[in-house]
Design a protein around this ligand. Structure first.
Ligand code: PBG
Length: 327
């Protein structure tokens, strides 16, 4: 049929019909909330390059997770800021069963028993070099790093984490972690693999938040080249084979084609991480009055979902919930 017998605007004429035929919807169940945790008490410090987002001490985090749970947000992804004095080249503090991460897991579990706790597994916040692996003569050593990552994952599981999220991009770490979890009887612990993690400049504000910027060089020998798409398939398929439960693409908005591509190749859930730089861009433009913040938040999240992501780690989770409630 031709115009005037096909009129696409019929399905756009009112919010009722638009809502009825919407192909995608945002929901509280879509979101994973990243949390930045620091030592101390009663501390809530704003991250300068992430206005409206905070590092919090554990007492504040307990209140925060209770609020998240009330809002219907049921999963958190934990990151800790490690004091310089505890950093070294082998991630010793990462394995401390009484370290900040491990204490945080236990505290959140006690505060909100139902909360799904996911933890970042990577050496960079613990590394005196700010790299995701052990450094030997300026190189990031793959296999020795995997050994530490596996122990770190077990330590998190022992503290009560249900999911570990390796964000390091070493080769073979998923199978090493899976084997270590099995060996320690953690058959229920899930792995959310940062499979297609790009060497992105959009992690800048996060590195401010955790004081984890690389001390020398960059992360291009382990994180992916933004030029590559096929390679993301190889990474994701490898992680699935090695035993990952959820596959992640990161950053999100600049890599929607990667999300879509992986969606057509694998049946596992796909997570997208709307990273700190994506948050900062929207915040900065909104502060200048150049963008409508609320509309930008919802549009960006919806676009990520439309591309094929099943879940989204985002610093906008609370904002999104409030906006969705008012719609
Ligand atoms: C560390 C890690 C990074 C992020 C998550 N885990 C930074 C990096 O790889 O340098 C970035 C998250 C963000 O920018 O929001 N392994």
């Amino acid at each position: 049929m031709e115009f005037p017998y096909t009129r696409n605007r019929i399905l756009r004429q009112s919010s009722a019909i638009r809502d009825l035929v919407a192909e995608h919807r945002l929901h509280a169940n879509d979101f994973i909330v990243p949390l930045f945790i620091i030592e101390g008490e009663n501390i809530q410090e704003e991250i300068p390059s992430m206005p409206g987002y905070y590092r919090m001490s554990l007492d504040k985090i307990e209140a925060e997770v209770k609020e998240l749970w009330q809002m219907g947000l049921k999963s958190v992804l934990l990151f800790v800021k490690v004091p310089d004095a505890l950093k070294d080249n082998s991630g010793t503090e990462a394995l401390n069963d009484d370290g900040l991460m491990q204490r945080s897991i236990r505290a959140i579990r006690a505060a909100v028993p139902g909360m799904l706790i996911m933890t970042d597994v990577a050496l960079d916040p613990y590394s005196s070099f700010g790299h995701d692996g052990i450094v030997v003569e300026g190189e990031i050593i793959n296999d020795a790093t995997n050994e530490v990552l596996a122990e770190m994952a077990v330590s998190h599981a022992r503290a009560g984490a249900q999911f570990v999220a390796p964000s390091d991009m070493m080769d073979g770490r998923i199978s090493m972690i899976r084997e270590a979890l099995e060996a320690e009887q953690f058959q229920q612990t899930g792995i959310m693999a940062y499979s297609a993690k790009y060497a992105s400049t959009f992690y800048g504000p996060f590195r401010d938040a955790l004081d984890s910027a690389p001390g020398f060089g960059d992360k291009k020998t382990y994180q992916m080249n933004p030029a590559n798409g096929r390679e993301a398939e190889r990474e994701a398929l490898m992680d699935v084979t090695e035993g990952a439960d959820i596959i992640m693409v990161k950053p999100a908005l600049m890599y929607l084609d990667i999300i879509q591509r992986l969606r057509s190749k694998i049946t596992h859930p796909i997570a997208a991480y709307q990273v700190s730089g994506e948050y900062a861009m929207i915040k900065a433009a909104a502060q200048k009055g150049w963008l409508n913040e609320e509309a930008a938040i919802l549009e960006s999240l919806l676009a990520i979902k439309r591309s094929g992501a099943d879940l989204i780690a985002t610093y906008f989770a609370k904002d999104a919930i409030k906006l969705l409630k008012n719609m």
